[in-house]
Ligand binder design. Structure first.
Ligand code: IFG
Length: 489
């Protein structure tokens, strides 16, 4: 039985099958370079396990055994929707936009036996898919994941593998939390000690690290090819000890604090009434905005326990203007809802519903990241060694799935919700294995909440599809948590 995650909006299957053969081709009717890229991406995913050549042919019509990709006007599909039609003769992926074609390719991957995801040739297997018709469109525009590289640094290779897995689940935003008390993780050429000194350590005194501007460009390009927008976050005025430790002149008293490797929050603040602070912010936003094709710049704004309310408002209002001047739309954690927001600002809900509702009342669109549901660093249960449980509860796989953004934040109606974003904070997450264990499989549920229709979503059917999906994750080598709530195959 074909099961696709996130579950498509509409899918009907028949008892017939289509079989990919050694002489199958991936064909496209036009000669668009971007369609060619998607076709080549699909071929590259199917070649290792099948051992087939799977040539990609432009300006061609499909023959028996071929897969056809085409971009064509299709009302109601938008940029990300697609149609997939599998007959015993051919499989056709059709979309109005290239992103939709890319998502059709991701869906087709999930229709083959799970061994398709093995990197090694699997002789003797029939590469069949169930015939049928799929018409699929996303529910929310914003389907994201945040990776905190401030508490622990992760190299570009880890970020790119994560991007591959996000794209596999039709997630389209990667929010990089690039700075915090424990680390500054991106080179700013006009303030080099931010990375060189502020990026030199991590939580527990673990090795630090930072992205050069070329590293960041490379990550952004890799994400963009996979229809993922990178959203950079420089958290301020709080969560700034790494910056304050790097430049004494940024400090109220002119004295730079030591680097910090603990896991407390709320003790740092930029000097809100010093002009050099706004020179610093302007330079940082200018340099990162120039490297970021996406429309957004996240200024953080959370847990500013060491900044007075009025100083906070003054600071956020000035920073909003700086972000706008550099051509980006500001995103802030919910606390920015206490200030006057410019039109177009986005607000990310994580804990305080009342403050979030104040942002929605101002007309801000809300990204739903409720900590008790989407924070992937929260322990699964009381003997999960990794993670935290400051929320006062544990977040098992079911807890992370059985909720909905449309009615989980009082005072925020569904029309204010732009989408959902899961967040991995990394105070206690050091290795790629730690990351995968905490992120998967809860991210799969968040991806489905973001993409699939609310109607018909229920835990009992999801847990069965997740069991099947787990075989695919295993073939990809994802070290996911085998929750006892799921009968993993
Ligand atoms: N809250 C802090 C994060 C991180 C998190 C850990 C936000 C917006 C708790 N701020 O979530 O820095 O420490 O779960």
């Amino acid at each position: 039985m074909t099961s696709i995650l996130p579950i498509p909006a509409l899918a009907q299957f028949t008892a017939q099958t289509f079989t990919l053969r050694p002489d199958s081709k991936i064909v496209m009717t036009g000669d668009s370079a971007e369609v060619f890229w998607v076709a080549s991406f699909l071929a590259a995913r199917l070649r290792p396990a099948t051992g087939f050549e799977l040539p990609v042919r432009m300006q061609s019509r499909p023959e028996s055994g071929d897969v056809l990709l085409e971009v064509a006007e299709a009302p109601g599909l938008g940029e990300e929707g697609y149609e997939l039609s599998a007959t015993p003769e051919t499989v056709t992926l059709r979309a109005a936009g290239n992103a939709g074609l890319f998502y059709a390719a991701q869906t087709l991957r999930q229709m083959f036996p799970p061994e398709i995801e093995s990197g090694l040739e699997q002789p003797g297997l029939a590469w069949t898919v169930q015939c049928g018709q799929i018409r699929d469109v996303p529910r929310y525009a914003w389907r994201g994941m945040m990776l905190d590289v401030g508490r622990h640094f992760f190299p570009p290779s880890t970020v790119k593998r994560l991007i591959d897995l996000l794209a596999y689940h039709k997630i389209n935003v990667l929010h990089l939390h690039l700075s915090d008390d424990q680390g500054w993780r991106i080179m700013i050429e006009s303030w080099p000690w931010l990375a060189l000194h502020g990026g030199s350590t991590a939580t527990n005194g673990d090795p630090g690290g930072f992205y050069t501007q070329d590293d960041y460009r490379d990550i952004v390009a890799y994400a963009s090819q996979r229809y993922i927008t990178v959203v950079p976050e420089i958290d301020m005025p709080g969560h700034t000890n790494a910056a304050l430790a790097s430049y004494e002149e940024l400090n109220e008293n002119g004295v730079a604090p030591n680097l910090y490797t603990g896991i407390r929050v709320g003790f740092s603040s930029l000097a809100v009434h010093k002009e050099i602070t706004y020179q610093f912010v302007d330079d940082v936003v200018r340099e990162i905005a120039a490297l970021t094709p996406g429309s957004y710049f996240h200024i953080g704004g959370d847990e500013t326990l060491s900044t007075t309310e009025e100083d906070y408002k003054y600071f956020i209002e000035r920073v909003q203007a700086i972000v706008a001047r550099h051509g980006k739309r500001m995103i802030g954690w919910e606390e920015v809802g206490k200030t006057r927001l410019e039109p177009g600002a986005l607000v990310q809900h994580w804990w305080n519903k009342e403050v979030t509702a104040r942002a929605a009342t101002q007309g801000a669109k809300i990204i739903a990241s409720p900590a008790g549901r989407t924070y992937l660093d929260i322990k699964y249960h009381d003997h999960t060694t990794l993670g935290q449980n400051w929320t006062g509860a544990f977040t098992e796989v079911r807890d992370s799935y059985e909720w909905d953004p449309s009615d989980s934040i009082e005072g925020v109606p569904d029309e204010s919700i732009l989408g959902i974003e899961a967040a991995l904070w990394t105070e206690t997450i050091f290795t790629e294995g730690n990351l995968e264990f905490m992120v998967f499989p809860r991210l799969c549920g968040c991806a489905e909440i973001g993409w699939s229709p609310r109607e018909g979503r229920d835990w009992e059917s999801y847990r069965q599809r997740l069991a099947s999906h787990g075989k695919r994750l295993a073939k990809m080598g994802v070290q996911f948590y085998r929750s006892e709530q799921v009968d993993w195959d």
